[in-house]
Design a protein around this ligand. Structure first.
Ligand SMILES: [Zn+2]
Length: 342
């Protein structure tokens, strides 16, 4: 099992946070934004550890019992709130799709109690744009007069959907994708990876450390990704007739699992972007390094204009599917409009 206690990338943001917290200048509320898998939860845990760390010179130390318990997710003063934590069905037989007023009321009730074991109670609210209006308003009242020793960390990849008055009460930490050099360095430090393995992984995961960690931990994900790349290589070689037939199965797959299908199309789009980059001779920026031989083969055979066209067509297809265009027509169009080799 790979450990995931330290943050990869975002060093400037972490440095500023540590400096402020060590001078007791922490905020009572933070809003951490950024793309999925970029490290928002890791930064939230970093803040929770820095607030509670027993070390006086360097916080968070990552060694003391407070840091240790937070990284293991067993600290009694640090709680993560999310939609449907256990994926449970509720009384009405449905899974919750929002963070409810009851979840927020529990935070408010507890926040007036002293921390049990640490210096601060820390509440991390994941996907905080999913808070119901009632829940948001209740939380707002708490943030207007925050109890001492309570810090609330909102996490969201779509902060524009959070109640603006709530956003204005929080200190914004906006995380960007991590450049691959920094990612490679972080992966080597954290997982003791070999240089080359870390390089390929860092180029594969599009600036998102969470994806690298997932690939390292998750055999199923590795297989899923590898199958999707086999598929796009197959399609690059296929005749328009085979593609047309194939389009039908893609549409069926889409109807079964919309999100997974769009994720596969995004991976194809990324692969074609690699082929396009390779057609310009800039192999260094290629994401799918493990497929580089085929990528440069297709770059030569297709040429830059056709590669660019494929990237564009896939972008359009993803857009159309997200806007609920008819999937069978959309996949048919995709298969017929991509240039072929023959
Ligand atoms: Zn510590």
């Amino acid at each position: 099992m790979v450990e995931s206690s330290t943050v990869i990338g975002h060093q400037m943001a972490l440095h500023r946070l540590s400096a402020a917290i060590s001078k007791d200048q922490n905020s009572h509320a933070y809003l951490i934004t950024g793309p999925d898998s970029v490290g928002k939860n890791c930064v939230a845990n970093y803040i929770a550890s820095a607030l509670n760390c027993e070390n006086t010179s360097q916080i968070p130390c990552g060694q003391c019992s407070q840091c240790n318990r937070i990284s293991r997710g067993v600290h009694s003063d640090c709680e993560t709130i999310s939609v449907d934590v256990e994926g449970n069905l509720h009384g009405d037989g449905n899974k919750r799709t929002v963070i409810t007023i009851d979840q927020v009321r529990k935070i408010i009730r507890e926040s007036y109690l002293k921390p049990y074991e640490g210096k601060y109670r820390v509440y991390i609210i994941q996907q905080s744009e999913r808070m119901s209006e009632e829940a948001s308003n209740a939380l707002l009242k708490t943030l207007e007069e925050p109890p001492e020793q309570v810090v609330i960390i909102l996490i969201s990849s779509v902060p524009e959907q959070i109640l603006p008055t709530l956003v204005s009460r929080a200190q914004l930490i906006s995380l960007k994708k991590v450049n691959w050099h920094e990612l490679q360095k972080g992966l080597i430090q954290k997982f003791q990876l070999d240089n080359n393995v870390a390089e390929e992984l860092s180029k594969t995961c599009d600036g998102k450390p969470g994806i690298a960690v997932k690939i390292l931990n998750d055999e199923e994900y590795k297989k899923w990704r590898s199958d999707a790349l086999d598929e796009v290589e197959f399609l690059a070689e296929a005749s328009s007739y085979s593609r047309f037939i194939y389009g039908g199965s893609l549409s069926k797959r889409y109807l079964k699992d919309r999100d997974a299908s769009i994720a596969i199309l995004t991976l194809w789009q990324e692969w074609w972007r690699d082929v396009l980059i390779s057609s310009y001779g800039i192999d260094d920026s290629i994401i799918n390094q493990s497929r580089i031989k085929k990528i440069s083969y297709y770059a030569n055979r297709y040429g830059s204009p056709n590669c660019a066209r494929n990237v564009r067509i896939l972008t359009d297809t993803i857009e159309k599917l997200k806007k609920n265009f008819n999937p069978s027509l959309t996949f048919e169009q995709l298969m017929l409009s991509m240039p072929t080799l023959t």
